[in-house]
Design a binder for this molecule. Structure first.
Ligand code: SF4
Length: 333
């Protein structure tokens, strides 16, 4: 699970604060842009202080890649075909090899090579794959197999098609993402569809949800995608009904309060919050903690059994306590 800082990388305190916030939200790796020498030089301090491995994002200038590698970067995102002479490519690969640093080839539909745009007339999945294969062959030619690849487009269908095509041709790890997906809501939907389609097919090894929003939201959305597919769990998985005239307590309000109150939980606790007896008992039996709306008194469940009642005023607190107990039990296991 990855995200990317949007601070000025030269501002080390601000960048470190964002890396730390992302790590606390669950990021396994964080990417930082290195568009100039000062940013590449900042890598050394960032790597030393970061709680998670860092990836340097570099375009065109191989000297920035060398500086980041000297600074101890854990991964490089650079396209070898875009950095000029063979000599330059060899120097980057040789420095990466010395440190066993993987290189991510990042193909983006918005920046395909000119000859591919002429050949295919417009960005498309086969053009993206051809671009990726070109960069892959350069690294293979230097006998450097520490590669991962991304093929990102803002168009969901094009992205999915590109990954499917490439997955048939190479066995390298694939980093998934829908690029420039937009704001929090549309970006989350596009990412969930695109990444979801690929992940259920077994395609994809790492991912980034790209949103025009606080990068911490990218991590939260990414985990929701993985939780929905039962590929990875982190934090409370809330199952809640959409509400209707039968609801016996303000479900939407209670869910919003509990999401905030339980944001610190990292253990995979399941919680159902259901407004009435129509579906409530069934869901409560399948979750670690459950609430079923009842007239004046709502039923609370723990591990599928009824475990007390709560009026609307004490409901959030009573449920939160039981979820925290469930999390503590999981921690002890
Ligand atoms: Fe309505 Fe009950 Fe269904 Fe919730 S569970 S949407 S309150 S019928």
């Amino acid at each position: 699970m990855q995200s990317m800082t949007n601070t000025d990388t030269r501002d080390i305190p601000a960048t470190l604060a964002q890396i730390t916030a992302l790590a606390e939200a669950g990021a396994d790796m964080v990417r930082v842009s290195c568009p100039d020498p000062e940013s590449a030089q900042a890598v050394k301090t960032l790597v030393a202080e970061s709680p998670v491995p860092l990836i340097a994002d570099i375009h065109f200038d191989h000297r920035l890649a060398l500086t980041a590698l000297e600074g101890g970067i854990h991964c490089l995102r650079i396209n070898p075909g875009n950095i000029g002479s063979d000599e330059r490519v060899r120097s980057v690969v040789s420095a990466a090899r010395e440190r066993n640093v993987p290189i991510r080839i990042g193909v983006n539909a918005g920046s395909l090579e000119k000859h591919l745009l002429e050949k295919y007339r417009e960005p498309c999945a086969p053009a993206m794959v051809e671009s990726a294969l070109h960069h892959i062959r350069i690294l293979e030619g230097l006998n450097y197999p520490e590669i991962k690849i991304s093929l990102k487009a803002s168009d969901v269908g094009m992205t999915v098609q590109a990954y499917r095509l490439l997955a048939k041709q190479v066995d390298y790890p694939l980093h998934l993402g829908i690029t420039e997906a937009g704001g929090l809501l549309p970006g989350s939907v596009k990412s969930a569809i695109g990444l979801g389609l690929l992940l259920v097919e077994g395609i994809g090894d790492t991912l980034r949800v790209s949103l025009s929003a606080d990068p911490v939201e990218e991590i939260k959305v990414g985990f929701e995608i993985l939780k929905a597919l039962q590929l990875r769990s982190r934090g409370v998985n809330i199952i809640a009904c959409p509400t209707c005239a039968r609801q016996e307590f303000p479900v939407i309000d209670v869910v919003a309060q509990l999401e905030k109150r339980l944001a610190h939980i990292r253990e995979p606790v399941t919680l159902s919050i259901i407004g009435c007896v129509v579906n409530g008992p069934g869901e409560a039996k399948e979750t670690m903690v459950g609430v079923v709306g009842g007239a004046g008194e709502n039923l609370i469940y723990r591990l599928g059994q009824t475990d007390g009642k709560a009026g609307d005023e004490s409901l959030v607190e009573q449920v939160a306590q039981r979820v925290e107990e469930a999390a503590a039990r999981l921690r002890e296991k």
